[in-house]
Design a protein around this ligand. Sequence first.
Ligand SMILES: [Zn+2]
Length: 459
Amino acid sequence: MPPQSLKIDNARYIITVDPERRIIQDGSILIENGSVSRVGKAAALANAKADRVIDARNFVVTPGFLNGHMHISYAHAVRGIFPDNLGSPLSHVFKLQMAMTEEEEHATTLLGLVELVKNGTVCFVDPGSTKFPDACLQAYQDAGIRVILGDCVTDQDAPFPLPRYDTAEAVKRTMSFLKKWQGRLDGRIYAWAMPFSPETCSADLLKQLKRVADERHTCLTLHHNSGPQARKDSQARNGHTPTEYLESIGVLGPNVVLAHSLGVDDAEIECLARTGTTVAMCPVTAAKGGRGVAEFGRMPELLAKRVKIALGCDSPNNSNHLDIVRAMNMAAIQYKDSRQDMRLIPAESALEMATLTGAQALGVGNEIGSIETGKRADLVLFDTQRPEWQTLFNPVNNLVYNADGRSVHTVIIDGRVVVDAYRQSFVDEPKLYAKVQEMGEKLMARTDTTFPRSRWQIV
Ligand SMILES: [Zn+2]
């Protein structure tokens, strides 16, 4: 059991991301029963007693980070296998994913969870790629993290292997998933409707799933892309741009999270803003995948229209890491370069997307995303006694432009310390690493997946 009360005392800085965006120097936070009960200057909280006190004089404290789109299930077993000259790895990705056994998925999930929490992530969206959530439940519980889960469904042909059902079956599966999973682990599991994409789901299925999400007071997420070719295809198929098509069938709204969303035009951005639809963008995937951020990235325009954006890391074989601090860095720098304008996506905006705005985009903004009285106590303590944090005058700039997840010292979720002085305690890491390495080798052999180990000869 976590201690009933916990005090983060005398922090060098607390970046609250509260409505006034206060950064409290020499600040303290009192946590009681999993919630923030007080936050302010250390002197003002000097009398506050707690079961455990963390001396935070060398720490910068931020809200816990949210990862709005990341496939946890397969990639950790085979990370880094795709050579750069392969082009899109998607056909291999889905083949490997479909071949995962329950035991393999449990182990890769554990490894994903270790990487997530040690980099300060407190909540992530797995867009339906976990096939054996029952087998992973204990891992979610032990890691203490918040998980947004769903059952990935399609009812149309797809260019790669995806779970396909007839429409009624897909709806039924989603309804029973929501019934079974919503609110488990003391409310740390959130179940959503998760159709794969508008191209692989009929309008009828999308409409029915949106209705289910509305009725169950939950969200729906799907992969969404636009850009000239997708717009042409969508116009030919539906007579609308991809985003306007979703609006025309009633599948936009504040409980709809569109993943990626590259290449949306001005009318589509208006459509997202008008309907309150939110977006999960994966800046490192966009860059590494050569998706053309200069031409298709519209993050500044989306933010200007107040569309809520969460950041994501996609699959660990697309961005190759699960570190939201690095995703923040990429979000903040890639538009400066691609538009040749240093004023775009300031560090503060990147941090907002990883915290409060991201939480709002994912429908949990009332619970987490900022350090405020009454919110759940999800916090990250960064260790500033490291070279990359020197010298320290502007903590937001240091966080976004200098640091990465390696300086995450302590992570608190729901008032429970899940990473304590750089250590998690839910899994034996060396044992797990060896096991997943072996599983990766077997998975590749079983699925006939072979790539040269390196373009350079390994001797
Ligand atoms: Zn995805």
